[in-house]
Design a protein around this ligand. Structure first.
Ligand SMILES: [Zn+2]
Length: 323
């Protein structure tokens, strides 16, 4: 269901869509229990009016908002947290690995977008483009690990599910009474003009497998995602297959760019963008670097100099150069 007006998907689970660009929607979710409400993710700084509309539609006043639950610390998931926390007194709950980026936005910006200034320059233009999407830093009140729970009264309980892959510190939230799974970006966008990106490909695969098992074992009925319309369990299982295929395609494209001739990170990144029809951008660069790192760790490639890689055959010898 895609609607720019707030909608109650199942009793107590509210959603609003904010279109961030022509191709990227952002869905914000509010879970309401007898003793208060929890907002899942804080959007961008300018998502605040959407969050206010969501709260008004759900009948949640500022005193009723008790928790600001984070999935992960990317800028489009934390933007309104500082303002909402100051206004409502709601407590920010996040994965321990997300805290540094939520509390220090300069570190966040540098490690997210300016991680390789030798390849993508830390330019005033890039900073000017990104600066408005970073709000104010926000204190994290509570860190939570896998299996930790946030209670909203009665049977309404949100249980944290640790899902590394897109980034290291990502949580999903399982609302047990309605069997609703609320997710951030662990199910990454696959068809945008830029790579949505992931930093831990192997762990991403594990997390996707865990989500499949969780959906089946817990009898999940509804899955709410940050950048996809909400869907039934069956539709979600299909989406998981689609994301796994996309991950295979990225792996094959990155590693397919390697042979016996040393190839630089920049060369492999540019080839991957060209072959998969994506623009060259910092998220894709971090993703390609992560895939190369994992290819080396798995013995499929060798690092032969700073940012230089060759493919390895299964016997550990360099692969032949293409004719
Ligand atoms: Zn993200």
């Amino acid at each position: 269901m895609a609607c720019d007006d707030p909608v109650e998907l199942v009793p107590g689970v509210w959603q609003i869509r904010q279109q961030l660009s022509e191709e990227v929607p952002l869905y914000l979710h509010l879970v309401v229990g007898p003793e208060g409400a929890a907002l899942v993710d804080g959007g961008l700084p300018f998502s605040l009016p959407w969050i206010e509309r969501l709260m008004a539609a759900a009948g949640v006043g500022e005193d009723d908002l008790r928790f600001l639950l984070n999935t992960h610390a990317h800028h489009d998931h934390i933007g309104a947290f500082a303002e909402l926390r100051a206004r409502t007194g709601a407590r920010v709950v996040a994965d321990p690995a997300a805290v540094r980026w939520i509390e220090d936005l300069e570190v966040n910006l540098r490690e997210f977008a300016l991680h390789r200034p030798d390849i993508i320059a830390d330019s005033p233009q890039l900073r000017a483009e990104l600066a408005p999407t970073f709000g104010r830093p926000c204190h994290v009140d509570v860190t939570i690990t896998d299996g930790g729970a946030v209670r909203l009264g009665g049977p309404v309980v949100l249980e944290a599910v640790r899902l590394p892959g897109h980034v290291e510190g990502e949580l999903g939230w399982l609302e047990r009474s309605s069997r609703t799974l609320l997710l951030g970006d662990i199910v990454t966008g696959t068809s945008w003009s830029f790579f949505h990106g992931h930093l831990l490909p192997l762990q991403l695969r594990r997390s996707l497998r865990r989500l499949r098992a969780l959906t089946l074992d817990e009898g999940v009925r509804l899955v709410c995602l940050a950048h996809y319309a909400s869907r039934t369990a069956a539709e979600f299982l299909d989406l998981l297959i689609e994301v796994e295929r996309y991950l295979d395609q990225v792996t094959d494209t990155v590693e397919g760019a390697l042979d016996a001739t040393p190839r630089s990170l920049t060369e492999v990144w540019r080839r991957t963008c060209a072959q998969m029809g994506r623009i060259e951008e910092f998220r894709g660069l971090a993703m390609v670097q992560a895939h190369l790192r994992e290819a080396v760790a798995a013995g499929r490639a060798r690092c032969v100099g700073p940012d230089l890689y060759v493919a390895l055959r299964s016997d550990g010898r360099p692969a032949a150069s293409p004719l």
